[in-house]
Ligand binder design. Structure first.
Ligand code: F6P
Length: 536
């Protein structure tokens, strides 16, 4: 892309606008806040505090057109195998398509199967929620433990935390992901085998961490229930791999399937969301799917100049590739969204952390930014200092809600006042004149100046509902898609996670054994050190 006409025009334009301050942009353009705002699917976005003009937007939109974004969106929605390195369709949008819609992969309409699984999940979730699903000794389930990692963990845990307000409070939910034994040990130490249900969530059902934890969970269960037959009541599987599920000993009747056209990081609305559905109930889960779908439709059919994921995706490219921004902060002002930045890290970085184009060449521009964040206002008291006065440009998304789900005193006004104050401070800062006028001693003035000109988007919705959560997740999914198209990379594979996995499996027997080590000198010495400690 960096050789395209639009790219060169943007590079030129960047030189012209690079030093222009948001103060000036606002002072000379009173209509800016109104013009640079969009609303879709219940989400309002003010993107006026970005370092852009009408010309920037025009050029960014040309970039999208030159990259063929329109055709690429159509290709995804029509089931084309746009994940070229794995020769797969990319159809997470089918997971939330209403009954009766037709979406094809390999000539087969996938929507009926999606609804079959959803119905099966609903039946199961209702039975667990009502107490009709019994453990081996006839007791109702009290705790649901999701065992999975990556997309099979981050989506479920994020959605559970985000929608906790809607969850059935007499059921508890735990999430085990890490191969570190501490995770499963802490998750199970106070649980009763008779009332615990494990959901083993793994697309491949071969992932080391999940399989290790699943086997440990089974041992823990059998220690209490002492009968292999108990597994059927206390384990269900969520996977695309029926063969491996059966091998593990889970009845495939208790398996909830999905398909290879759902990427792990795009799977929280597939059967991988079973824990979410048990927590919030099938109706709320379907509301969440409706939110996803509304944003899908907006993305698919709205002209780019009014298309939220397209505009936000292009703005992020503007900062990554022209301003050289290395990172991107996502700052939800809602405690329920505390795991949202972690979820987005996999979505954005596993998708767009690529240095090779679709044609297999090294990219000539930067790709995926480092996404990070924490809920506000906590972040304000830890890392915001660097965003305000550090040397790096960190574009940020502020996410807030008009109403709190827990209206306590004036907490919500205080929370939202901080959203508005932070974006204002970032954009406009405080000049040396202003600082001096406050009577600050001359030597102290430079320390108290806020340069400003730090860009942000403000994303607002009425209330954090299941539907709004679906809309927000789909918004970011399609931002990632837009970025990937501009960067001309495959956003849907993840070869970069393979090498470490292979090397670890080679090292496992070496830790147990005493044979000669054939790594580099550093790795050899580290393994030796561990071996010695292990023998003590
Ligand atoms: O190793 C990365 C990854 O493949 C992710 O893409 C995926 O979400 C995670 O591992 C878990 O995979 P699975 O659901 O197959 O266990």
């Amino acid at each position: 892309m960096s050789t395209s006409t639009a790219w060169s025009a943007l590079a030129q334009h960047y030189k012209a606008i690079e030093k222009t301050h948001l103060r000036e942009l606002f002072a000379t353009d009173p209509g800016r806040a109104e013009r640079y705002a969009l609303e879709a699917a219940g989400v309002f976005v003010d993107f006026s505090k970005n370092r852009i003009t009408d010309e920037t937007l025009k050029l960014l939109l040309s970039l999208a057109n030159e990259a063929g974004l329109k055709d690429k969106i159509a290709a995804m929605f029509s089931g084309e195998k746009i994940n070229i390195t794995e020769n797969r369709s990319v159809l997470h949008i089918a997971l939330r398509a209403p009954k009766g819609t037709q979406i094809f992969s390999d000539g087969k309409d996938v929507v009926p199967e999606v609804h079959e699984v959803l119905d099966k999940m609903s039946g199961f979730a209702d039975r667990v929620r009502s107490g009709e699903w019994k453990g081996f000794t006839g007791k109702a389930i009290k705790t649901v433990v999701n065992v999975g990692i990556g997309g099979s963990d981050l989506g479920p845990v994020m959605a559970y935390e985000a929608l906790r307000h809607y969850s059935k409070r007499d059921l508890q939910f735990r999430f085990v992901s890490n191969v570190d034994g501490t995770d499963i040990a802490e998750a199970t130490h106070d649980l009763d085998q008779e009332t615990t249900l494990f959901l083993i969530a793994s697309k491949t059902f071969t992932t080391l961490e999940t399989m290790t934890n699943a086997h440990t969970a089974r041992e823990w269960l059998l220690k209490g229930l002492k009968d292999e037959k108990a597994v059927a009541n206390h384990f269900v599987a969520i996977s695309t791999n029926a063969k491996e599920v059966a091998k593990f000993g889970i009845d495939t009747a208790n398996m909830f399937g999905f398909w290879d056209w759902v990427g792990g990081r795009y799977s929280m609305d597939s059967a991988i969301g079973l824990s979410t559905m048990i927590a919030i109930g099938p109706d709320n889960f379907r509301q969440m799917l409706a939110g996803f779908h509304e944003m899908d439709e907006h993305f698919r059919s709205t002209p780019f100049e009014k298309n939220l994921p397209v505009i936000l995706g292009l703005l992020s490219v503007w900062y990554t590739d022209f301003f050289g921004a290395q990172t991107y902060a996502v700052l939800p002002y809602d405690q329920y969204l505390k795991r949202f930045p972690a979820y987005l890290q996999q979505l954005t970085m596993e998708s767009n952390g690529k240095h090779v184009t679709l044609q297999g060449e090294h990219v000539a521009h930067d790709t995926g930014a480092i996404y990070w964040g924490e809920p506000g206002t906590n972040g304000q008291h830890s890392f915001y200092q660097l965003i305000h006065q550090g040397t790096r440009l960190i574009p940020a998304d502020f996410i807030g809600f008009m109403r709190s789900l827990n209206a306590v005193g004036n907490h919500h006004d205080l929370l939202m006042a901080n959203v508005f104050a932070q974006t204002e401070a970032l954009a406009f800062g405080k000049t040396a004149e202003q600082v001096k006028a406050e009577g600050t001693a001359d030597w102290l003035v430079p320390h108290r100046v806020f340069e400003g000109n730090r860009p942000s988007n403000t994303i607002l919705a009425e209330e954090l509902t299941p539907k709004v959560l679906g809309t927000l997740v789909a918004l970011y999914e399609h931002i990632v898609f837009t970025q990937g198209v501009i960067w001309n990379i495959d956003s849907f594979d993840q070869w970069g996670v393979e090498l470490g996995k292979v090397l670890a499996m080679r090292i496992v027997p070496e830790l147990e054994g005493a044979g000669e080590l054939k790594h580099d000198t550093s790795t050899n010495a580290l393994i030796e050190r561990y071996r010695k400690a292990r023998r003590k």
